[in-house]
Write a new protein. Structure first.
Length: 128
């Protein structure tokens, strides 16, 4: 039992949500599907645990459980959210009160419209 407790503690310290069960991922997939439809974003395909995004500058995946971003054929991308204490609070009260879901949604929408990215660090990763 101590081993399981240690794994959960380490995963949580590494920003992996131990509560991101299959039902959480399914809920996020459903929420994203409806939101993408309402926003008219057609270059995102949801498949089980990932969102596959075909941007103008590249192709990406976002894991619906952890929010991990990969640029296809290039590797991991590091997109760090600006938390509410640093900027205006961003949340989706009409959809979900989970901040991880809001982060995943924002990453997917950002990458779906990658030609509009202004952040120099994210642009550097997209263009490499």
């Amino acid at each position: 039992m101590r081993d399981v407790d240690l794994v959960v503690s380490v995963a949580h310290a590494g920003s992996v949500d131990p509560e991101a069960s299959l039902s959480t991922i399914e809920m996020r997939e459903s929420l994203l599907g409806e939101m993408l439809r309402l926003l008219g974003i057609k270059n995102v395909e949801l498949r089980k645990t990932h969102a596959f995004i075909k941007g103008k500058l590249g192709e990406y995946t976002v894991h619906l459980g952890s929010g991990t971003v990969q640029k296809m054929a290039a590797g991991s991308m590091f997109i760090v959210p600006v938390h509410s204490q640093h900027r205006g609070r961003v949340f989706l009260p009409f959809m979900d009160d989970d901040p991880e879901t809001a982060e995943i949604v924002s990453k997917i929408v950002l990458l779906a419209k990658d030609s509009k990215i202004k952040d120099p660090e994210i642009l550097r990763q997209v263009q490499s």
